[in-house]
Ligand binder design. Structure first.
Ligand code: ADP
Ligand code: ZN
Length: 515
């Protein structure tokens, strides 16, 4: 019997159905075509190469910008039974050599590599490895027109010629048309198939608040206090405001840590680990904190200052709610912020690019300051048209930050009872994170499962969400599986995780049912 993508999805990953675009991209890849997929954060881009990795002979090589992110992805793959590895400069020499030899032998289904590594001796060895697909993750980093250009991505040029006829899959969450064209050209892709997903993410509840009309710090504190025990990120423009905001929050009992480029590697790692392991609830950070996180249960992202442009804003806020659950995104903005941003532009040599960047910040200001549905304004920037969201932004609901900070009592989750098949595609609008319901973080069984998850994760030295996402825990509570077979029906529980964690979670659920 030949294995199908659907079978891999079900039997390896434990998911019931593909999300929009996943199968299209997988089929293009399996047909040996070059492909570019532009899909928002959280859409499930990883599966578009992880499923083929199980189906194709040889190795899928994934070029990915951050070592910390690689480690999490490899852990997650190992956890569902893949042969996966990451080859990077943080490894001891011996180990590095061993993994490179393994790559050449074809030991791995998936191998992650940072673009930096393509400069050294490894590059010539790649030609000897039985590669079936090259994946360029965060592909917009190759373009100077994008908001996150990385010089190391220049090393990807010429790779196509060197490796021969291996298909390339470019993945990104934030390509405008100009950037997408630049990606294709620079990677030398040939008549690629393309998939562009919808950028509308109704589980993100977006609100904008003009600074200067209130006390920003106090408002941020009040917003965070509604999220006792949940994870969130506060983005600031400068290191100084990261430090002072962290201090302010800590003194008021928030478990916050600071993260910015001025800290030592060790300090930054500690902050990131503390956040990943739920030992800290809030990270206060400059944008230096970003692509390294793959945490699915971030419930809020607050911008204390304006980001550079709409793309950055959407990408940064998109770190909330990757598990699909309602999450809040709040932008504090001002014209002074726009002016402060201009200072950063002096480093850019090309006057053309500098001007474009300047205008991009002004466009963001206009969106924040306008009376148009936030979601509609954002996706229209990506060339997509939608009706006003109706329920997931301050303009549509009339619920503003000022209303929230005067409200009392803890916020609770959406009351929508979800069936597994409702995970397909977009969550229906109407999931405002401010509405009352049963999915409160203080739900006793949820807390119990969360504690169990943390213990199992700590035992293995992995972040909690690698074990199960919040969504999976909520589904366990909803479906109350009492056998391993029923547990396997919970979306997100595949055979590997069932074997590793199934008994522990069944026991916890059973204890809860005892009188
Ligand atoms: P992206 O890279 O596009 O930001 P990820 O690949 O990290 O998104 O996927 C986001 C989350 O969605 C992950 O927790 C992943 O396991 C989950 N996911 C992906 N595809 C599916 C699917 N078909 N059904 C259910 N969950 C999925
Ligand atoms: Zn709206």
């Amino acid at each position: 019997m030949t294995l199908t993508p659907e079978a891999v999805l079900r039997e390896v990953f434990g998911y019931e159905c593909f999300r929009p675009g996943q199968l299209e991209v997988i089929e293009a890849v399996l047909a040996g075509r070059d492909c570019i997929a532009v899909m928002p954060t959280g859409a499930g881009k990883s599966l578009t190469f992880q499923v083929p990795a199980r189906l194709m002979p040889g190795t899928v090589l994934v070029l990915s910008p951050l070592i910390s992110l690689m480690k999490d992805q490899v852990d997650a793959l190992l956890d569902v039974g893949f042969r996966a590895t990451a080859i990077n400069s943080s490894l001891p020499r011996e180990e590095w050599l061993e993994r490179v030899e393994g790559l050449v032998r074809g030991d791995y289904e998936v191998a992650y590599l940072a673009p930096e590594a393509l400069g050294g001796s490894l590059r010539s060895r790649l030609g000897d490895a039985p590669l079936s697909l090259v994946v360029v993750d965060e592909a917009h980093c190759i373009s100077q027109w994008g908001h996150d250009f990385r010089p190391s991505y220049r090393r990807l040029r010429g790779l196509r010629e060197e490796l021969g006829d291996i298909p390339i899959l470019a993945l990104t969450a934030t390509a405008t048309r100009t950037v997408a064209r630049d990606i294709l050209r620079q990677l030398g892709m040939r008549s690629p198939s393309g998939y562009k997903g919808s950028f509308f993410r109704p589980n993100l509840v977006i609100r904008c608040r003009k600074k200067g009309e209130g006390n920003t710090r106090r408002e941020i504190l009040a917003l965070i206090r509604r999220y006792e025990g949940d994870s969130g990120i506060v983005y600031c423009l400068s290191r100084r405001s990261v430090e002072s905001t962290t201090e302010f929050l800590r003194q008021r009992g928030v478990r916050a840590v600071a993260y910015h480029a001025g800290l030592s590697d060790r300090e930054r790692n500690e902050a990131q680990e503390a956040f990943a392991r739920d030992d800290a609830d809030v990270v206060v950070a400059t944008i230096a904190f970003g692509m390294g996180i793959d945490k699915s249960n971030v419930r809020f992202v607050i911008h204390r200052d304006m980001p550079t442009d709409i793309e950055s804003w959407y990408q940064e806020m998109g770190r909330a709610g990757r598990d699909g659950l309602p999450s809040e995104c709040i932008l504090f903005y001002s014209w002074a912020d726009v002016k402060a941003r201009e200072r950063f532009l002096s480093e850019i040599e090309s006057p053309e690019i500098r001007k474009e960047k300047q205008e991009a910040t002004v466009r963001l200001f206009r969106v924040a300051d306008a009376d148009v549905c936030r979601h509609r304004a954002i996706v229209s920037h990506f060339g997509e048209e939608i009706e006003p969201c109706g329920s997931s932004c301050d303009v549509c609901t009339g619920v503003h930050v000022t209303d929230q900070v005067t409200e009392l009592g803890p916020v609770t989750r959406s009351s929508t009872r979800r069936r597994p098949d409702s995970r397909r595609g977009h969550r229906a609008p109407g999931t405002d994170a401010g509405t009352a319901g049963e999915r409160s973080p203080s739900h006793p069984l949820f807390q119990k499962l969360r504690t169990l998850r943390k213990r199992l994760a700590d035992e293995q030295g992995v972040p909690a969400y690698i074990v199960f996402s919040d969504q999976v825990l909520w589904d366990m509570i909803e479906f109350q599986p009492s056998t391993l077979g029923q547990m396997l029906d919970v979306p997100g529980v595949g055979p590997a995780k069932l074997e590793r964690y199934g008994d522990d979670f069944l026991r916890a659920l059973k204890e809860d049912r005892l009188p």
